[in-house]
Design a protein around this ligand. Structure first.
Ligand code: ARG
Length: 267
């Protein structure tokens, strides 16, 4: 078993990263230390490159502070990108900039009708299924539309805690049989659904979940985690045979995003 080795990713250089509006309860305006954010991002890029992953970089535009969260821009599979429909107007323009980037780099472009909110942070592949977080950004109608459009088995998972507003804040997929989750982030039905479909489903503590443990990035047997995640969580990862790499992303957490949010997997 084991997760796929990631070959190529897209990140956005955080030249204009700041917090100047509030669309999730983590956001506290005007507290970002920009040089520090840039340094943390450089460390993340170095760590990815150390894992032999090719890092593509899109430059940030000044009018979209959350553009740094590349994963939200859509899901890429086999050279096709399904673009995001941002739930909040503050992020809508990011889509235009990323669409240009994808077009210039020869990706095929697809999109849902704009009546269906959809952000990449709510989408996690699990084997041949697509897991979608609903309730805060995506809706159950989005899931139906995704299933139709992608011809895939789409599993809606209802998120109930606004601090865990995207699926990648509460669920960490390790491979096609294994994941960690933070139960209180999900409705009772969705907790049961996860238990049914994921053979090796492990609990994540509140301490780990609050330190963005779910928002980690897995490639093969390697995992990059936020350096503030607790030692107990690292032990759980060790027990799965994973090599743990730590990067501090404390500046990005001021906008409600961590490591997984910063990395869009291209191949
Ligand atoms: N401020 C951004 C928002 O609320 C953070 C996005 C984080 N992305 C993620 N995949 N969880 O939209």
């Amino acid at each position: 078993m084991g997760a796929a080795q990631i070959k190529r990713v897209l990140l956005c250089r955080p030249t204009h990263f700041t917090v100047d509006y509030i669309i999730n309860p983590h956001m506290r305006p005007y507290r970002v230390d920009q040089p520090r954010a840039m340094h943390q991002w450089d460390e993340l890029v170095k760590t990815l490159e150390g894992l032999k992953i090719k890092v593509e970089v899109i430059e940030q535009k000044p009018d979209v502070p959350d553009m740094v969260f590349a994963t939200d821009q859509g899901i890429v599979k086999d050279g096709t990108v399904l673009l995001a429909n941002f739930r909040y107007p503050q992020r809508a323009k990011e889509r235009v900039y990323y669409r240009d980037w994808f077009r210039r780099h020869d990706f095929r472009l697809r999109a849902l009708s704009n009546v269906f909110p959809f952000e990449g942070g709510d989408a996690l592949l699990f084997g041949d299924k697509l897991l979608i977080g609903t309730g805060f950004r995506a809706t159950t109608a989005t899931c139906e539309e995704l299933a139709r459009k992608l011809n895939m088995d789409v599993v809606p998972l209802r998120l109930v805690d606004p601090y865990f507003y995207h699926l990648d804040m509460a669920l960490l997929v390790i491979d096609e049989a294994t994941a960690f989750y933070y139960p209180p982030a999900f409705s009772r039905n969705s907790q049961n659904r996860l238990m049914r479909i994921i053979p090796n489903l492990f609990l994540m503590s509140a301490e780990a979940a609050n330190a963005y443990a779910a928002n980690s990035f897995v490639s093969g047997q390697d995992i990059i985690v936020h350096s503030a995640t607790p030692a107990d969580f690292h032990k759980q990862l060790d027990a799965q045979g994973l090599r743990v790499h730590q990067v501090d992303v404390s500046e990005f957490i001021k906008a409600g995003g961590g490591i997984h949010c910063l990395i869009n997997t291209l191949a």
